[in-house]
Design a protein around this ligand. Structure first.
Ligand code: NAG
Ligand code: NAG
Ligand code: NAG
Length: 440
C-alpha cells in the first residue's frame, strides 16, 4: 500500500560546470530526413496479422539502411508463442576501437518497428524509428568511436488485444525480451564481458502540444511524482515536453541525455525526467504500480537478471493531445505532423546523437574522416553470422539519396551552459531531479 507522507524533503545540490566542452556536430541531424522517414516509410501497418508483407518491407528497409551506414548487421530471429510467426530484431553494430576487449563500454539505442493491429503507427512508433535511423546515419558519419554502439530495431513490441492470439507472453514486448535474454547476454560473454553502459529506448516521442490541458497525468501521478505534477500543472497541463523514465541506477544515462537536450536551442521543447523509485529488477508489485512507465522495451532490460541500465524517451503516448484518442487507432497517421512536431523530434534526435558520441568517446577530431573500423571483427563467435543480400534498390530513390548519403562531418565546437542539478529525496521515498539550465 502506497502511503504519501507529508512532504519533507532533503535536497542535494550539485552544480556541474561544463565550460568550453566541445560537442560534436550533432546539428548535422537533418529534419527533412525525419519527416521523409515518417511520411514515406513508417506510415502504414507493420503488423504480422494485418499485412506481414508490409512489415517485412519495413524490416528490410531498416536492414538496408544499417548496411549502407557501414554497420555490422545481423538479423536476430526468434520463435514466438505462435509457431507460424517468427520475429526478427534488426541489429546494427558500430564496433569501437575497444571492441572485443573487456575495456569496451557498450551503449545501445533501440526502438520498435512493429505497430499495434489497429494503427498505421506514425507516432507509435514510427517516430522512434525515424530517430533511430537518422541517429545511425549521423553517428556513423563521425570518427570511429572508442566504444561500441549497438543500434537495434525491435520486433513484436506490441500486443494483440486477444491473449489467445498474441505471439508474445502477456504484458512483455517479446522482441526486446528475446534480444536481451538470448542475444545481448551471450554477445557480452563472447566479447570478454565488457561494460554495458546502458540502453536508450525511443518509443512514441514526436507528439508535442503547447495548448493548455493537453497533458493527461493518469492515476496516482500527482501522489507518486508530486514535483513533476506540480510543474506540469503550473504550466497549464501542456504537452510540450519529452519524458525520460529511469531508475536511480540509470541516472548517468538520463543526466547525459538531459544535459545535451538542455544545451540546445528551442526552449519551447522541454524535458521532464521521471525517476522511478525502483532498484534493480522491478517487483511484481512495482510492475503493476508503474504500468504506464514500464510498458516499453526498456522494461526488458530492467527485468533481466542482469538488470541492465536503460531509460525510455517518450511523449507519454495515449496521455497527450490527439494521441488520447488516436493511440493504437487509424488516426495515429501522418496528418497531425506539424513543423513544430518535426522540430521536437529533431531536438530529441540531436540530443541522442550527442549523447551517443559522448558515451562512446567518439574523438572530436579525425583528420582522416570517419576513421577505419576494424574490419576483421566478426559479428559473433558462437553463431553463424547472417548472410545478407545486397541492399535492394529502393523505388524511392530520390528521397533516399537525401536520407542516406553519409556526408563528411566538420566538427564544430559549442560552448555548453551551466547545469544545476537539484536532487530531492522525499520521506515518501520518492526522488526527484530538477535540471536548471540557462540558455546562452
Ligand atoms: C500490404 O503491404 C504491401 C507492401 O507495403 C502493399 O503493397 C499491399 O497493398 C498491402 N496489402 C494490403 C492488403 O493492404
Ligand atoms: C494556460 O495555463 C496557464 C497556466 O495555468 C495560464 O496562465 C494561462 O492563462 C492559460 N492560457 C490559456 C489560453 O488558457
Ligand atoms: C510509450 C508507449 O506507450 N508506447 C507505445 C509503443 O509501444 C508500447 C509497447 O508495446 C505500447 O504499449 C505503446 O502503445
Amino acid at each position: 500500500m502506497f502511503r504519501h507522507s507529508p512532504r519533507t524533503s532533503v535536497c542535494l545540490f550539485a552544480v556541474f560546470v561544463r565550460l568550453m566542452t566541445t560537442i560534436h556536430a550533432y546539428t548535422f541531424v537533418n529534419t527533412a530526413n525525419l519527416e521523409i522517414l515518417l511520411k514515406e516509410h513508417f506510415n502504414d501497418f507493420r503488423r504480422h496479422d494485418i499485412n506481414i508483407t508490409a512489415k517485412y518491407a519495413v524490416r528490410d528497409f531498416i536492414r538496408d539502411r544499417f548496411v549502407e551506414y557501414g554497420l555490422d548487421v545481423s538479423m536476430h530471429e526468434f520463435a514466438t508463442r505462435k509457431p507460424e510467426f517468427t520475429g526478427s530484431n534488426v541489429i546494427g553494430i558500430l564496433n569501437g576501437q575497444k571492441a572485443m576487449t573487456s575495456d569496451d563500454k557498450i551503449v545501445l539505442l533501440g526502438s520498435h518497428y512493429d505497430t499495434a493491429d489497429t494503427t498505421p503507427g506514425v507516432d507509435d512508433n514510427g517516430s522512434g524509428m525515424a530517430l533511430l535511423l537518422e541517429t545511425a546515419r549521423v553517428v556513423t558519419s563521425h570518427c570511429n568511436p572508442e566504444y561500441t554502439i549497438i543500434f537495434v530495431a525491435f520486433d513484436y513490441a506490441e500486443f494483440t488485444v486477444s491473449w489467445a492470439d498474441d505471439p508474445c507472453y502477456w504484458n512483455v514486448p517479446c522482441g526486446s525480451q528475446r534480444f536481451v535474454e538470448d542475444w545481448l547476454v551471450s554477445f557480452l560473454q563472447d566479447r570478454d564481458s565488457p561494460e554495458f553502459q546502458g540502453a536508450f529506448i525511443a518509443d512514441t516521442l514526436m507528439n508535442w502540444d503547447d495548448n493548455n490541458n493537453t497533458q493527461d497525468l493518469p492515476g496516482a501521478f500527482n501522489v507518486l511524482f508530486t514535483d513533476t505534477y506540480t510543474r506540469i500543472r503550473d504550466n497549464g497541463f501542456r504537452g510540450d515536453f519529452l519524458f525520460v523514465y529511469s531508475r536511480p541506477e540509470d541516472a548517468t544515462l538520463m543526466e547525459t541525455f538531459a544535459s545535451h537536450y538542455n544545451s540546445q536551442d528551442g526552449s519551447a521543447y522541454r524535458i521532464e525526467c521521471l525517476l522511478l523509485p525502483i532498484t534493480g529488477q522491478p517487483t511484481t508489485y512495482q510492475e503493476r504500480f508503474y504500468t504506464n512507465q514500464l510498458r516499453s522495451d526498456h522494461h526488458n532490460f530492467w527485468r533481466n537478471s542482469n538488470s541492465f541500465k536503460a531509460v525510455q524517451l517518450t511523449d507519454s503516448a495515449n496521455f497527450r493531445g490527439y494521441m488520447q484518442s488516436c493511440h493504437h487507432r487509424l488516426c495515429d497517421d501522418v496528418n497531425p505532423i506539424t513543423p513544430e512536431i518535426i522540430q521536437f523530434l529533431a531536438k530529441t534526435t540531436k540530443a541522442i546523437v550527442a549523447t551517443l558520441l559522448e558515451m562512446s568517446a567518439t574523438p572530436s577530431y579525425c583528420p582522416d574522416g570517419r576513421g577505419n573500423p576494424p574490419s576483421t571483427i566478426s559479428l559473433r563467435s558462437s553463431k553463424e553470422p547472417t548472410t545478407l543480400e545486397a541492399p535492394k534498390q529502393s523505388t524511392k530513390t530520390t528521397e533516399l539519396q537525401q536520407i542516406s548519403k553519409p556526408a563528411r562531418v566538420t566538427n564544430t565546437a559549442r560552448t555548453m551552459t551551466f547545469n544545476t542539478i537539484v536532487i530531492c529525496i522525499h520521506t515518501s521515498a520518492s526522488i526527484a531531479i530538477y535540471f536548471v539550465y540557462t540558455e546562452r
